[in-house]
Ligand binder design. Structure first.
Ligand code: AMP
Length: 302
């Protein structure tokens, strides 16, 4: 089993969906990612929170075996984000983004983190993603993610991150935004052309599933069919957590195994959206995941 080093946001969110409104709930890309990935493999966590971050989440991370030596708690307020979903749950308006303690954060990696075989650069300022990338020794696999907030503000820095990544995981609309293409397939081709180190690109399309390509082969997977989605926040990070966790568990980075990792990522995301915030990721186990893997197989075989 390989170890995953993750850097990303740690947040306190206010979320409104057609199912209700919750305030000051735990969130952040690295929190969702690590709770999801820890179902499959060992996670070394790098992030920062203020003294207002709930202690029970730190305890939950410990019970999941997540190494939190790189999780700093500093005087001040945790990153804050607030979003409101439209009735279709596909689109959301960001109402607030406050960097708070992230503004002066310089990641300090514990020495033993530097040998992590897999590095996951979750959604956060690309400068911080690059800082981490510059501090690790020689990872076998670098996977990165980002979002519109950073594409709007520091696009050239994101390209620098993707140029140093093996796999780029991104939303279809954000990929189009980055490349200037209006079609996500053309956008994927463009990204693979421009970033020659990329071995694969994985495009998240919400309820329409996942598209992945390595430039030679293409793969489409529907989303796991759910009758009800309560809160899509963190679905992309949970998907990335299940995806990366499976690659770490198997140590196989071939495109054939990337396809399987998409299935595990998709199942993990389906748990996340069942409830508000990280609640959907609290209680599920590998047996549940395996039985859903079989359901997925039946659904997509013809
Ligand atoms: P997702 O739904 O996958 O986009 O992830 C939502 C999570 O990302 C929320 O819990 C937020 O706290 C966090 N988030 C929102 N905006 C940003 C940002 N600009 N940088 C880093 N994390 C963010």
């Amino acid at each position: 089993m390989k170890k995953i080093l993750v850097v990303g946001s740690v947040g306190i969110d206010d979320i409104e969906t057609p199912f209700g409104r919750v305030e000051r709930v735990p969130g952040g890309s690295a929190i969702y990612f690590s709770l999801a990935a820890s179902m499959f493999s060992k996670v070394n966590f790098v992030g920062v929170a203020g003294t207002d971050f709930p202690n029970d989440i730190i305890e939950l991370m410990k019970t999941r075996g997540i190494d939190i030596k790189g999780f700093e708690i500093v005087e001040g307020k945790t990153f804050r984000w607030s979003g409101r979903y439209h009735s279709d749950m596909d689109n959301r308006d960001t109402l607030l983004t406050e960097l708070n303690v992230f503004e002066n954060f310089k990641p300090k990696l514990p020495e033993e983190y530097k040998d992590s075989e897999i590095v996951f650069l979750a959604n956060i300022h690309p400068e911080l993603q690059l800082d981490v990338l510059n501090s690790v020794h020689k990872p076998e696999l670098v996977i990165s993610d980002t979002m519109n907030f950073w594409i709007d503000s520091v696009p050239e820095k994101i390209v620098e991150v993707v140029r140093r990544s093996d796999i780029f995981i991104i939303n279809d609309s954000e990929l189009c935004m980055m490349t200037g293409e209006s079609n996500f397939l053309a956008a994927s081709d463009r990204m693979l052309e421009e970033c020659s180190l990329l071995k694969a690109i994985v495009v998240k399309m919400g309820k329409f599933g996942i598209y992945a390509t390595d430039g030679k082969e293409e793969f489409f997977l529907p989303a796991f069919p759910l009758r009800q989605v309560v809160d899509p926040t963190g679905a992309g990070d949970s998907l990335a957590g299940g995806f990366t966790g499976y690659l770490a568990k198997t140590g196989d980075y071939s495109f054939a195994n990337i396809k399987k990792a998409c299935v595990y990522g998709s199942i993990t995301a389906s748990y996340s959206v069942n409830d508000f915030s990280i609640s959907g990721l609290k209680e599920f186990d590998l047996d549940d995941i395996e039985s859903e893997y079989d359901i997925f197989k039946k659904l997509t075989t013809f």
